[in-house]
Ligand binder design. Sequence first.
Ligand SMILES: CC(C)(COP(=O)(O)OP(=O)(O)OC[C@H]1O[C@@H](n2cnc3c(N)ncnc32)[C@H](O)[C@@H]1OP(=O)(O)O)[C@@H](O)C(=O)NCCC(=O)NCCS
Length: 109
Amino acid sequence: MSLYSEYILEREGYNTYEDDVSFFTYIKVDDALYVRDIYVSPEARGEKKSLELGELAECIAREFNCKAMIGSIDTETNGWKRNKKILEKFGYKETYTDGDMIYFNKDLV
Ligand SMILES: CC(C)(COP(=O)(O)OP(=O)(O)OC[C@H]1O[C@@H](n2cnc3c(N)ncnc32)[C@H](O)[C@@H]1OP(=O)(O)O)[C@@H](O)C(=O)NCCC(=O)NCCS
């Protein structure tokens, strides 16, 4: 586990999945799994890695008996419009906004 992963687990309670070219952070919130950060290194982009990560996050959610996924977009960050499209493409629906944040939900069937 990277030092930063250890840090956010200790400080904020977020777990991290990480491999050589990507990572995502997640936390269980009631009966949903909230995936906060996703990163694919530039050399590995455009090869559907983010889709693979999304599917892996859903597997983790099912192991935790979650009924839904939560995603979010911070409209103050670079590329947020692209990221919003990616979430929607993966079946996430916008649920509410809170300041700069937009939250999304996807029911697990
Ligand atoms: C967002 C990110 C995770 C996408 O990863 P990726 O593995 O390259 O994405 P994929 O190959 O799975 O592509 C998913 C879809 O998004 C589109 N997409 C991916 N990167 C894109 C880009 N830079 N510009 C436009 N569209 C893009 C792809 O075309 C694809 O859609 P398609 O199936 O219709 O072609 C990656 O670009 C990244 O890490 N960005 C920096 C960090 C970030 O913004 N994280 C998300 C918010 S926390």
